[in-house]
Design a protein around this ligand. Structure first.
Ligand code: CMC
Length: 375
């Protein structure tokens, strides 16, 4: 029986996985053996999803087949549309998404399967999440859902659904890269939650419902929203230094910096920095990029901290016209590929995940009948 508690399961090796490798000292992120830098440069989200699900890059035919299978799965059932339309306008997009995934499990019991055959559910959820997020976002603004555009690839379609307009090639590619970068990240909290649920032999949709609920927490999803809040509050480059120094003096955390695993720069931040600049230059708006470079310089000088993925992603999404409160649902739209790959892996070699707790409560208390207990 282990005596030491590893709070937050920090550094605990909980299971073996072939999907994603992180080298925190070298700043490397690897999906199924492929460096994230190569994938971000040369692949697409659909290719990466295939890689995560099947453990190998697809051939041209396999990729075409995957895209053809995904396209019709973007449509969501009428009952789900009606449910989304009935949610109160106050429902947050992540609450709506969690409810929708859970509702789909009831509406499509055939797809929720437990076991290796649940790849059908993985495709379904990956295809349907952008539609769900878009519909709820539009409904709460009193807008009709957008007609789906089957001819668009996944990233271009997601951008269209989130903004209501078709992106140009640079914009579509930038979102494609962001989706690739967020698709998996080893045993992060939401992926672990999905695997715990799957390890009880529960179904895929229940596992993804757990994951969405876990991603919702601000310590996991959502730091990029806070980065944009900070940039708006700072407003001009000359104010970066005093504002950051003041925050650090108050021992406040600067969002978008530091990481539990990376001890150097998060490679996803390196890639997104370039995309933030590219998009800013194309839009003739380097405001966010210039502010971020200065924030980076000051935080590194003052605290020795490196940027993580969340530092630049918010600026990319803002330049694409995506509202702040859709940043975390967008993270889910990408991470669903990783979540489902991990659930499939869990089903292949299933072992109930059930750790132990160190008991620190009282023991051997004598039971006192209620009538004899003091008020
Ligand atoms: N701003 C200021 N100080 C920081 C920060 C930060 N962002 N991150 C760490 N530190 C300091 C912290 O105060 C502590 O200093 P000291 O030793 O003087 O008390 C030291 O660095 C170590 O911090 P820690 O909390 O022990 O490190 P951790 O590994 O538990 O924290 C983290 C990792 C991501 C929770 C933390 O860096 C943080 O809160 N960052 C801001 C939130 C953020 O950007 N989150 C997105 C993470 S990337 C998304 C993903 O991969 O899923």
């Amino acid at each position: 029986m282990p005596e030491e508690v590893q709070k937050g399961l920090e550094d605990v090796v909980a299971l073996a996985s072939r999907i994603t490798f992180i080298d925190g000292n070298e700043g490397r992120l690897v999906y199924e053996g492929y460096d994230i830098r190569d994938l971000a440069e040369r692949s697409t989200f659909e290719e990466v999803a295939y890689l995560l699900w099947y453990g190998r890059l697809p051939s041209a035919t396999q990729l075409r087949d995957l895209k053809e299978r995904l396209r019709p799965l973007r449509e969501i059932p009428e009952e789900l549309r009606a449910l989304l339309a009935r949610l109160p306008a106050s429902a947050g997009p992540m609450d709506a998404l969690r409810t929708a995934v859970s509702a789909l499990a009831i509406l499509e019991p055939g797809e929720t399967k437990t076991g290796e055959s649940s790849i059908g559910g993985a495709l379904r959820l990956t295809a349907a999440l952008p539609t769900i997020v878009s519909e709820q976002n539009r409904r709460r603004q009193g807008l009709e859902p957008l007609p789906l555009r089957p001819e668009l690839d996944h990233a271009a379609h997601a951008l269209y659904l989130l903004t209501g307009r078709e992106g140009n090639a640079l914009e579509n590619r930038s979102l494609d890269v962001a989706l690739i970068l967020h698709a998996d990240h080893e045993l992060n909290a939401s992926t672990f939650a999905a695997r715990v649920t799957a390890s009880t032999l529960s179904d895929l949709y229940s596992a993804i419902t757990s994951a969405v609920g876990t991603l919702k927490g601000p310590l996991h999803g959502g730091a990029n929203e806070r980065v944009m809040e900070l940039l708006r509050a700072i407003d001009t480059v000359d104010r970066v230094e005093p504002v950051i120094k003041e925050k650090l003096a108050r021992h406040e955390r600067i969002m978008g910096f530091g990481h539990r695993v990376y001890k150097v720069e998060d490679p996803r931040a390196t890639i997104l920095r370039v995309w933030s600049q590219r998009l800013g230059e194309a839009a003739g708006n380097l405001r966010w990029y210039d502010l971020l470079r200065k924030v980076e310089e000051v935080v590194h000088r003052e605290k020795g901290l490196y940027p993580n993925v969340d530092l630049y992603s918010g600026s990319v999404y803002t330049l694409l016209g995506i509202p702040d409160d859709l940043f975390t649902p967008l993270f889910a739209m990408s991470r669903v590929a990783g979540w489902t790959a991990h659930v499939l892996e869990e089903y292949e070699d299933l072992r109930l995940i059930r750790p132990v707790a160190q008991y620190v409560g009282p023991n051997h208390l004598a039971y006192v009948p209620i009538a004899e207990r003091p008020d």
